[in-house]
Design a protein around this ligand. Structure first.
Ligand code: ZN
Length: 207
């Protein structure tokens, strides 16, 4: 339910913290409209302290966009025990890993909270750009599709598939192709066409 980049950084945060003796767990991640609304009512129409300024139906929380997660302390000393500055230490590591940390906010200060830093602390920019979390989520898939469709580029003969090696070597030798080593910049489609031309004897006839 969360942005792929957020998932990566969450894993990285857990492992980096562990290597420094700070044991954390990942708590709340994605929140539905109903879940956010229930949280908003806390401290307002239901008991407890106010914990969020974001209404559910306004998509005002990064948790509703899959761009935020909360952590808890996982070393048996109490999930939110901060008497030894535990959360600030984790917060600083999170910032180093490219996350925005809620402990740096003023209203409310939200020490267990981390989010992706690209759209600002609030969700206005996300709302203006994508309207709803569902549409935002589609944009992640589009990007994945594009990456999958993107062709591999070969920059040296050693990388070229076996079926294309002879042709590419020949073209380099004759000087028709340049950039061996770093700038060959051949897609698989390009190599296929060159091989077909080579089989047709095109490069032999010229010389
Ligand atoms: Zn949060």
């Amino acid at each position: 339910m969360c942005h792929p980049e957020l998932q990566q950084r969450a894993e990285k945060l857990v492992s980096t913290c562990r290597s420094k003796g700070l044991l954390i767990g990942i708590g709340e991640c994605f929140r539905t409209v109903e879940e956010q609304e229930k949280l908003y009512s806390k401290g307002r129409t239901t008991p407890g302290k106010i914990v969020t300024n974001a209404r559910g139906n306004s998509f005002g929380s990064h948790h509703q966009w899959g761009t935020a997660f909360d952590i808890y302390r996982n070393d048996g000393k109490g999930a939110y025990n901060d008497s030894d500055g535990f959360f600030k230490k984790v917060g600083q590591i999170g910032v180093q890993l490219g996350l925005e940390w809620g402990g740096n906010w003023t209203s409310p200060v939200d020490k267990p909270h981390f989010q992706l830093p690209y759209w600002g602390s609030d969700t206005k920019k996300l709302k203006n750009t994508y309207i709803t979390p569902d549409k935002f989520k589609q944009s992640w898939n589009d990007k994945d599709d594009k990456e999958k469709k993107m062709e591999k580029i070969y920059n040296s003969v050693s990388e070229v598939p076996q079926w294309g090696k002879d042709t590419i070597e020949k073209l380099l030798k004759k000087g028709y192709l340049k950039g061996e080593g770093a700038n060959l910049a051949l897609s698989e489609t390009a190599i296929k066409i060159l091989v077909i031309n080579d089989r047709a004897g095109l490069y032999d006839k010229i010389n």
